[in-house]
Write a protein that binds this ligand. Structure first.
Ligand code: PGA
Length: 260
């Protein structure tokens, strides 16, 4: 069953920019938002810049959303250095990226941790963008499907249909992140279709048909259109290219004409 899926393109700024450059970038994106009409746009600055970016977007008017790059799975309490999902919401966030490969690899986040964070984000009223993806060694060993299956089933375990429908999944092959090596549309589509099948297994085909699945990993203006043409690719999670308004908007525009 085909379900309408609004394309969603999110910029993951990672640990880049400072306050004034972040505000300038957000203001530029908001001002030119019309270039990607019909595409949901999300900017994910470092947590300390969420508020000025949210304020700049509010001032500019329009509907560009703000997201966090990570959040705690705890509501509040003695967790030094952590940020609760409700705090991100309080600053104006609508989204939060969870389980990014850098969090999984550098900070030891397991599927169980990502699952717990996903549930906490949903409970707080945030939309989680849950990332999965295989490493180069895993792909070369023919383990892509096995790895992604484990990550999806583990990270999204126990979500009811309503929660699953809200959740955004980002397929980001680790070997494509920040390397300039993008997955071919065929490689990406194949995994996206696998993920949609897994979501159907966790819930139902109707629910799976409503979940937006982004591709991430070296998405640039010159490869966005061929990715956007794939039936199961519903948007992009953009790192490096999201730091320039021109590039971010060009990528978003590539998804504008997309019909699920
Ligand atoms: P990249 O990063 O676009 O710079 O490859 C994507 C991501 O890590 O989300």
């Amino acid at each position: 069953m085909a379900a309408p899926r609004t394309p969603i393109v999110a910029g993951n700024w990672k640990m880049n920019l400072d306050r004034s450059r972040g505000v300038a970038l957000a203001t530029a994106v908001a001002g030119r938002r019309g270039e990607a009409a019909g595409v949901e746009l999300v900017l994910c600055p470092p947590a300390v810049y969420v508020l000025p970016v949210a304020e700049a977007l509010a001032k500019a008017g329009g509907d560009v959303a703000v997201g966090g790059q990570n959040a705690s799975d705890k509501e509040s309490g003695a967790f030094t250095g952590e940020v609760a999902p409700a705090m991100l919401l309080d600053l104006g966030c609508r989204y939060v990226i969870l389980g990014h490969s850098e969090r999984r690899t550098l900070y030891g986040e397991t599927d169980a941790v990502v699952n717990s964070k996903t549930k906490a984000a949903l409970a707080a009223g945030l939309v989680p963008i849950v990332c999965v993806g295989e490493t180069l060694a895993e792909r070369e060993a023919g383990r892509t499907t096995a790895v992604v299956t484990e990550q999806i089933n583990g990270s999204l375990a126990g979500l009811d249909a309503a929660s699953l429908e809200k959740t955004v999944v980002a397929y980001e092959p680790v070997w494509a992140i920040g390397t300039g090596k993008v997955a071919t549309p065929e490689q990406a589509q194949e995994v996206h279709a696998t993920i949609r099948g897994l979501l159907a297994g966790l819930s139902s085909a109707a629910t799976a048909a409503r979940v937006r699945i982004q591709y991430g990993g070296s998405v640039k203006p010159d490869n966005a259109a061929e990715l956007a043409a794939c039936p199961d690719i519903d948007g992009a999670l953009v790192g490096g290219a999201s730091l320039k308004a021109d590039d971010f908007l060009a990528i978003a525009k590539a998804f504008a004409g997309r019909k699920a």
